[in-house]
Design a protein around this ligand. Structure first.
Ligand code: HEC
Ligand code: HEC
Length: 256
């Protein structure tokens, strides 16, 4: 009863229409939206093709920070994402005013991470948004998953110290290779697996130095040179600790 009341009073979920989704005049279908979330690659059929689900899960556990036995991904869960302030100028909880969420985050992500401009259609946006609405608590209360996200995750405070500590070391000199493999499965597995349930694969694995790997994973400048990979999202130190990164580097450089 409480849940129903607070749903009625605190916000209007029907107004979550993103600008793109508004252009669709049919009936938004959450099941079609889920399929888009899990499978749609737009025009990318390369081995690096991304989907929403490679970077975000949609479950109640935010596997960005918590290990629930699932993969950790570079983005937060989209569960309750529509209720977060971060994508509507940090306006909190003003759902009646919110017309920039739902699939809008998806549109931005598609622009950033998929080749070319966003090819998301109004119909896809509407289905996706209908699906995201089903991934929402009726009463989020002070649920941390529904809070605005911090934007200070782009730094790597002790970069030079860390780089000095891995310089010239390979494999077991960096730490336990088997522990590193478990972490690599968890942090890299949503993207670096060529087939469902298959082995992890990294091109260039035999030539990259630990410093170059660290640079790609943290997406930082080293000696004035920016990490070359543009589409792999950053995994910063508040999400993957330096200690765990070191173990992953042990695994990646083992057997040289
Ligand atoms: C390559 C990784 C990547 C892909 C692919 C991706 N996203 Fe994102 N997305 C991010 C990151 C990183 C952020 C910013 C941090 C965060 O909110 O997790 C973000 C932010 C968001 C947000 C805002 C979350 C908030 O709390 O304010 C939404 C909603 C979202 N993405 C939905 C989608 C949808 C839907 C798709 C598929 C169409 C998608 N994303 C594809 C990485 C990705
Ligand atoms: C959300 C998807 C995603 C995750 C998670 C991810 N990567 Fe990547 N990775 C990519 C993409 C996409 C590329 C291709 C980059 C480009 O096109 O610029 C890439 C490229 C790389 C490369 C460059 C060599 C190559 O394979 O071409 C390395 C090394 C790498 N990733 C390592 C890692 C490691 C280690 C992890 C886990 C700590 C990780 N990645 C997690 C998507 C991901």
């Amino acid at each position: 009863m409480l849940l129903i009341l607070s749903l009625a009073c605190s916000y209007d979920m029907e107004s979550w229409q993103s600008p793109l989704a508004k252009g669709f005049t049919g009936t938004p279908d959450p099941v079609a939206g889920e399929a888009i979330f899990l499978e749609e690659q737009w025009e990318d059929d390369s081995i690096y093709a991304l989907t929403c689900a490679k970077c975000h899960n949609a479950s109640e556990a935010d596997t960005l920070y918590q290990d629930e036995g699932e993969l950790n991904r570079p983005g937060h869960t989209v569960y309750n994402a529509g209720l977060r302030g971060s994508w509507k100028n940090n306006e909190k909880w003003n759902m009646a005013e919110s017309d920039t969420l739902g699939a809008f985050g998806g549109q931005i992500c598609v622009d950033v991470y998929f080749p070319g401009d966003s090819q998301m259609t109004a119909e896809q946006a509407a289905h996706l948004e209908a699906y995201l609405k089903t991934r929402t608590d009726a009463d989020p209360g002070d649920d941390p998953r529904a809070q605005p996200l911090g934007t200070d995750y782009a730094t790597w405070h002790n970069q030079s110290e860390f780089l000095a500590s891995i310089k010239g070391k390979l494999g077991e000199e960096l730490g336990s290779v088997t522990d590193g493999e478990v972490l690599a499965e968890e942090y890299c597995g949503s993207c670096h697996r060529t087939a469902e349930g298959g082995e992890l694969e990294f091109f260039g694995i035999s030539v990259l130095t630990p410093e170059q790997f660290a640079q790609r994973i943290r997406r930082v400048y080293i000696d004035g040179v920016k990490a070359p990979n543009s589409r792999m999202p950053r995994i910063p130190d508040d999400r993957l600790s330096d200690e765990d990164l070191k173990l992953i580097l042990a695994y990646l450089t083992a057997g040289r």
